[in-house]
Design a protein around this ligand. Structure first.
Ligand SMILES: Nc1nc2c(c(=O)[nH]1)N[C@H]1C(S)=C(S)[C@@H](COP(=O)(O)O)O[C@H]1N2
Ligand SMILES: [Mo]
Length: 320
């Protein structure tokens, strides 16, 4: 595993801190409330899930077109190993996210190059969509992977709902910005809010999925409730969590990690075992919840569905 001794694995060199300074930051974070989050009981978490106003929509029918070559990652394993830097730069953010992320009311704004800008309540939006379950692989850039039963709807359906102008060539997604709620956002050296982007062609591909649930239930906080993305042929950081804004543009969006460290994290971020990260190999991956390290596949095994998107773009840095 590429679990590093400090959670600032992605920081540019100029921003990395000596271990002792880092420890102080951890203590500061604990003081800001991350520690308090650890006291929340499982019972409280369960109560929140049961009170979800979209609970009646689950479980949704599985779309059998999306199959897996390996077992599903157990829910408890997946739900206790997450990247969600808004709640801390380590993998055990689940209790902090469960106790601090407020998912209602939740609105999503559509703006930029659209026929008409609008803001819609999440509960209204999801009921305008036909949701289904898909079994997806997920490959983090840190060389671990998992398999998840996501529930949601094709991103294409969200594009249709938003009615972008034909001149829009990119779609940009933004996560909430609320440092009082999410203490990680008080870490000034990160370029908050978290931003990601896709080309319109990528967004319209059938694999691009808007996720509203997992394991047959509405999304739990640590998975990026109430609405996130899944683009399984790309490194996991493209799958932005807790989306509040969708902007259509003709300028390539600069994502969170690209703003932080452009030499290591680019716009395309397609999975490719033959193109190493500057600091580690991408040839294999640790399968979460198992002792297995398996070969990584081109486009994370989805080449058949997506390779065509990149014809004529061979000069681009497609694999970082
Ligand atoms: N807003 C936001 N979205 C995010 C992240 C994040 O820190 N903040 N981390 C990304 C990374 S690196 C990965 S691997 C996945 C992790 O999703 P999971 O915790 O559901 O496994 O979320 C992605 N989306
Ligand atoms: Mo990741």
């Amino acid at each position: 595993m590429l679990i590093r001794s400090r959670p600032s694995w992605a920081l540019p060199e100029r921003l990395t801190t000596p271990e002792d300074v880092y420890m102080n930051r951890r203590q500061i974070l604990a003081g800001m409330g991350l520690g308090a989050g650890l006291l929340v009981s499982g019972g409280t978490v369960q109560a929140r899930a049961e009170g979800d106003p979209t609970a009646d929509l689950y479980p949704a029918k599985r779309n059998e077109a999306f199959k897996l070559d390996r077992a599903l990652t157990p829910e408890d394993v997946n739900a206790q190993y997450n990247n969600f830097y808004e709640f801390g730069g380590h993998k055990e953010i689940y209790k902090a996210a469960e106790s601090m992320l407020k998912t209602r009311p939740w609105t999503v704004t559509f703006d930029g190059m659209v026929e008409e800008e609008k803001t819609v309540d999440f509960d209204t939006l999801i009921r305008a969509m036909a949701i289904e379950e898909r079994l997806y692989r997920h490959r983090c850039v840190e060389a671990w992977s998992m398999t998840v039963p996501w529930t949601g709807f094709p991103l294409k359906a969200l594009l249709d709902y938003a009615r972008p102008l034909s001149s829009a060539t990119y779609v940009r997604f933004e996560t909430f910005m609320d440092p009082d709620m999410a203490p990680g956002q008080q870490q000034f050296f990160y370029p908050w809010p978290y931003v990601e982007g896709l080309t319109m062609a990528e967004a319209a591909n059938d694999l691009s999925f808007v996720v509203t649930g997992a394991y047959g239930k509405p999304l739990r906080s640590q998975f990026g409730a109430p609405i996130r993305l899944a683009t399984p042929w790309k490194y996991g950081f493209k799958s932005i969590k807790s989306i509040v804004k969708v902007t259509f543009t003709d300028e390539r969006p600069k994502s969170f990690w690209e703003q932080l460290q452009a030499q290591e994290y680019g716009f395309w971020a397609n999975v490719n075992p033959e193109v190493p990260h500057p600091r580690w190999s991408q040839a294999t991956e640790q399968v979460l919840g198992t002792r297995d390290r398996v070969p990584t596949l081109l486009f994370n095994g989805y080449a058949e569905q997506v390779a065509g998107l990149y014809k004529g773009l061979e000069d681009e840095a497609l694999y970082m």
